[in-house]
Structure formats: C-alpha cells, structure tokens
Design a protein around this ligand. Structure first.
Ligand SMILES: [Zn+2]
Ligand SMILES: [Zn+2]
Length: 387
C-alpha cells in the first residue's frame, strides 16, 4: 500500500463532538425503528394505526424543563479548569475560584445523576417529595454527603473513599484559602482539587453521559409514539419537540464541554501527577504498546497488541477511538506532526495502522514505527514498500 492515509477510509470520525452528536441521534433513530423511505406515510396515518400508536399514554413529566442543572454543572466545571490552567502554579485567587467552581460543579453534576435515578432522591427528605414542588424548583435539596450516600447505595455508583474525602474537604479548602491566602496548604488544596477533577471526569464519562444519552433516547421514543411513527418526513419535528430538544441539548453540552476540557487537562499540573499515579497500575503491563494520546498528550493511549481491531482508549482523558486506523492517522498528524507523520500498512496484521516516527512508553526517546493494531515494531526498515 502507499504511504498516505487512505482518505476513503476516513469516513467515520468517532471522537469529535459533532460526530458524537450524530452518533447519539443515529442510535436514537435506530432504537426507534425509523421507517425507511420505502414505507408510505399514509399507511401510518390510518385512523386505526393512529389509535394504536397513541393509545399508550405515557406520563409526561417534563422534568428536565424545570430542573436543568447539567448545563450549569458543566459550565462550573469548565470555569474550574480555566482557573486551574490560567497560570502555573495557579495563583491564590485562581485556586480559590477553582475550588469554588469545582465544588459547585461536583454538587450539581452528582445531583443530576441522582435525579436521573429518581427525582424524589434529591429531596433533603424524600418522604415529603412532591412532583409539583419539584417541577417549580421549590424544595430543600439534600447535601453533598447525602447525595454521595444515595448515589452509592441506591444508584450503585462507585465513589472511592479517597474521592469522598476530597469532595467533602473542598468546602473547608475554600474557607482556608479565603482566610489565610496562598500558604503551604495551597499545594494540598491543589492536589485535592486535582483529585476531585479527576473523579468528576471519570464520573461524567461513565455515569452522567450514558444516563443523558439514555434519557434522550427515551424522550425520542416517547415523542415518536406521540407523533405516530418516525418517518424521514417528521424526524426533525420529533427532534424539535421540547423534551427531545432539551435532552439532546444536555447531552451535547456534556459532549462539547468534555471535548474542550480534554485539551486543557494536560495543563493541570497536579491533576496530571496524581492521575498518572492513579492509572500507573493499569498501564504498567502495557508499556510496550502505550503511546502519547493526541488529545491530552499523556503517555496513556494503549494501542492493540493482538491485531483485534478493537477500540483503543486513553486511560488519562478517556478518549476512545472506535476505529484504530483513525487513531493512527490522528496520532501521525497531531503527535508526530503533519509533515513527518506517515501511516502505512502492517505486514503482520494487514491493517493500515503502522505509524512511522512514533514513540512508545518503554522507550520514549527512540523514533520507531509501531502498529496501533498489533503493536508490532519495525526498527530497521519500515514496512512501507517505498523501494
Ligand atoms: Zn488522552
Ligand atoms: Zn499490525
């Protein structure tokens, strides 16, 4: 094969926000059995079909329209990361605001996940929960401690003891910074902030985002049932219905903010230190096939070593490449550099995934050619059939 990435294969970007949005919609459409163009709309609009399709009345709670914390939470989180990355190390003032924003983000996003389980769970006392009052936002919500208890015990969300402590301590950290300024304690606070940030990123990817995507699909299904069947003609109408549009906005908010954050995470010094330490155990067996992640530029992208074509993941920022060939191209362009990066076919696994000029974690200084699909290393002559 030639030594240029095959543009025709480059059809399914899997990591950008726009692509993820498309994927969400596509998944929803797939799960709602979108009628093909061959199906005729009049058939679906027959009176009996209409009655059948709208016969099942679903409760229309419109929860999201009244309780919309996700956008705020992601906004606080973005601000916290901005505070932390403004200068290195962060000034006392930025650190204070980072703590404030991160504390708000944590509380709001944990509660959003709890509402996803059931709205009554964010009541300070669920026994007096009233849907009407909840929808008006007129109720006393539970504290961060109770939120974590309920997430763990009711929603089976795993919160490590060290993360709990760090989250609980954020409030006192803020007070310390307000009253004593930037002292030696600031380093501890910085580390703790990094710890909570690290926790939140994993929480958002593993808990919040899947929940929001499921909500979007559910809203889409409900709206489709209300408007008979989803057809190419009315799919946009369904997407524009308030519940669906809201669910989609919240999902997009998370996807877009996370996309922006990934670019900045590598700059949060303490976060990098503590998170790299945290994941060093899981990365240890894979040093021979770990490369720099094009997104966060940490040594945490573990490529395939078995020729399986499986998705590959960065253990630091949790970016997943569903297509290993695109990962190789992304790496060649953003890590090796547009002019130097070349991707060629692997003679062992026959996949176009050998990046020339790459570096691997157990030999960071040598430029080698490594296959992102089978981890085969070409040291002497690269596999390009140039000669
Ligand atoms: Zn990464
Ligand atoms: Zn290979």
């Amino acid at each position: 094969m030639g030594d240029q990435p095959d543009a025709r294969r480059n059809t399914l970007p899997t990591v950008s926000g726009a692509a993820a949005r498309v994927e969400v919609v596509q998944t929803a459409l797939a799960s709602c059995h979108l009628e093909t163009l061959g199906d005729t709309l009049p058939e679906s609009l027959k009176p009996e079909a209409t009655a059948q399709n709208t016969g099942r009345k679903r409760p229309n709670l419109r929860l999201g329209l009244y309780f919309t914390p996700v956008r705020n939470g992601m906004d606080y989180l973005a601000k916290a990361v901005d505070d932390l990355t403004e200068c290195t190390p962060p000034s006392a003032r930025s650190l204070k605001y980072a703590v404030l924003h991160l504390q708000a983000a944590t509380e709001v996003l944990l509660k959003a996940r709890l509402v996803g389980e059931h709205w009554s769970l964010v009541y300070d006392d669920p026994r007096v929960a009233s849907l009407k009052e909840f929808q008006k936002g007129n109720f006393k919500s539970c504290g961060i401690e109770a939120t974590m208890d309920r997430l763990t015990e009711i929603a089976a969300v795993n919160i490590a003891p060290a993360d709990r402590v760090a989250i609980n301590n954020l409030a006192s950290d803020r007070n310390a910074l307000t009253h004593y300024g930037h002292t030696a304690d600031a380093f501890l606070i910085e580390a703790r902030t990094a710890r909570v940030l690290s926790f939140l990123i994993t929480f958002i990817e593993n808990q919040l985002r899947p929940m929001l995507e499921a909500k979007f699909q559910e809203a889409f299904r409900n709206a489709s049932e209300e408007s008979f069947r989803v057809t190419p003609a009315n799919v946009y109408k369904v997407l524009e219905s308030p519940e669906v549009a809201h669910a989609q906005r919240e999902t997009n908010e998370v996807i877009n903010t996370m996309g922006d954050l990934r670019l900045k995470l590598g700059r949060v010094e303490k976060l990098v230190d503590s998170r790299m330490k945290e994941i060093s155990g899981e990365l240890a067996p894979w040093k021979h096939c770990t490369v720099l992640c094009p997104h966060c530029l940490q040594w945490a992208l573990v490529v395939n070593s078995d020729g399986s074509f499986n998705p590959i993941k960065c253990h630091f920022c949790l970016t997943v490449y569903n297509n290993v060939e695109l990962a190789a191209i992304d790496y060649a362009m953003h890590v090796v550099g547009e002019e130097n990066g070349t991707v060629v076919e692997c003679s062992k696994c026959q996949c176009e995934t050998v990046v020339i000029g790459a570096n691997i974690a157990n030999d960071k200084d040598s430029d080698i050619a490594v296959c992102f699909n089978c981890a085969d290393i070409y040291t002497h002559s690269h596999p390009s059939s140039a000669e």
